[in-house]
Design a protein around this ligand. Sequence first.
Ligand code: NAP
Length: 361
Amino acid sequence: MDDVTRIRDRIDELDQEIVRLLKNRYENARLLGRIKKHRGLDYRDPEREKIILRKIERAATSLDLDPNLIRPVFDQIFALSVEAQRDHPQQDPKKLDQTRILIVGGTGAMGRFFARFASQQGAKVKIAGREINKTRTAAKEMEVEPGTILDATSSDIVISAVPMEETVRVATETASLMTTGCLLADLSSVKTGISDRVAEKISKGLEYVSLHPLFGPGIDHLHDQVIVAVPYRPGQKWSRLARALQGGGSKIQTMSAAQHDRAMAYVQGLHHFALISLGLGLDGMGGEPRTQSLRETEGRIVRMLDGWDMIVGIQKLNPFLPPVRQKFLELATNLAQIRSKQASGVKKRLLSNVQKWSRKL
Ligand SMILES: NC(=O)c1ccc[n+]([C@@H]2O[C@H](COP(=O)([O-])OP(=O)(O)OC[C@H]3O[C@@H](n4cnc5c(N)ncnc54)[C@H](OP(=O)(O)O)[C@@H]3O)[C@@H](O)[C@H]2O)c1
């Protein structure tokens, strides 16, 4: 590849990144707009715009970039923000309007994400945690109602966002309180032995779909995010929730519990396993210097620690994972003994894998 092509490719990548960042900013501005509307505040805040501009100009100067070139770009970005903050009821109908949704585990990371999402979509959201004071505080922060598992009796949709190991017990107990025709959904990251047991145990009169959001709770919006759905007993309530999720920009991929776990053995299980091994293997490193690439890998390792129980749960519970881990260990052992003349064979194999993954995108 010549220099011109390489630089053009890099510029293309940067343009894609800029669009993603603009979308992120747009969604945050929308969120802010809803809060401002609730509190009766103006969308445009000239004082804040001045503060942001000063910060941007300082950053540009420190990067040897002329602030006069950056200013008009930010004028456009501010205009986009104001646009985002205005409500557009006709263009943006609330897909869960008046739907009563209970999030069991609503005080946790994923529970909070779904509580916020459902509330933005017009649902009447209640959250339930194990401890009432914590539940009340979380509900106040998210401007939803605090509840208990007993609210399942009067909910159209119940989402169980509790740890994997607790999902069968909590989902079964909750389902026993729900009304026929309502939807139970869980978010467990492993399905075998969990969602299939829930499906067996709960009333056949309930809709039941087991979901797996393939993202962490820290994201700002659902745009381009994948949610796997294992549709045991889908019905009208699931269609409504699915439309809302898709309306938010997410992609729903439907598969069986076994297909899900087989894929996740690689996508999550092996990926986490390799990162944990690497994190432990790096203990001989004393700090600086570090490459940019290692910093990025470190960031991933640090983020895993935030959801450690879930990471361990996936390693323990996904039945497809042990042989995948074993094969990986054998590969690593062989790789450590490789001779230099075999390196091009490794490159060929890596390239073929990369091409296979790209074709599936
Ligand atoms: N985090 C992710 O990146 C992610 C991604 C995809 C799927 N998921 C799935 O989402 C689910 C929740 O994960 P999370 O990361 O949100 O967990 P989390 O932050 O630890 O939250 C767990 C929630 O469940 C409640 N809980 C904990 N133990 C319980 C028990 N024994 N009985 C009843 N409730 C209990 C907690 O209530 P308290 O407030 O009382 O502690 C909290 O509300 C898991 O099934 C996970 O596999 C998570």
